[in-house]
Design a protein around this ligand. Structure first.
Ligand code: CA
Length: 115
């Protein structure tokens, strides 16, 4: 019996982000050995499937505080004021670190997620 075909990738999504954010994101993708499209598709799939955790803002703030305390300078966008492009990049970076998707970056996840 044949496997069902994966859905056709017929849609595109265009976003506007600062040059520095794009460059940093592309470099991170290159280091991770995957394309930007692959990284963003994974992020989108995770967002669609992930349950909405309770108190997400609080947990994100705690995760960010822990990461900042550990010197998470690799995520410079955490310190910038919120705008949609930075927010997307922060979420992509956070989703990359938060391996078990519980809304908190543990020390182990942080260490494993570092380049
Ligand atoms: Ca986690």
């Amino acid at each position: 019996m044949r496997e069902p075909r994966p859905p056709k990738k017929s849609e595109s999504l265009e976003i506007r982000i600062p040059y520095e954010a794009k460059t940093a994101f592309m470099e991170r993708c290159r280091q991770d050995g995957r394309s930007a499209s692959e990284a963003l598709r994974t992020f989108i799939d995770q967002q669609i499937e992930a349950p909405r955790p309770r108190g997400r803002r609080w947990r994100l703030a705690i995760g960010a505080a822990i990461a900042a305390a550990l010197g998470a300078v690799a995520l410079p966008s955490l310190a910038r004021p919120a705008d949609p492009a930075h927010d997307l990049l922060r979420r992509v970076a956070f989703a990359h670190l938060d391996a078990n998707r519980d809304g908190v970056v543990s020390l182990d996840e942080y260490v494993r997620g570092r380049p």
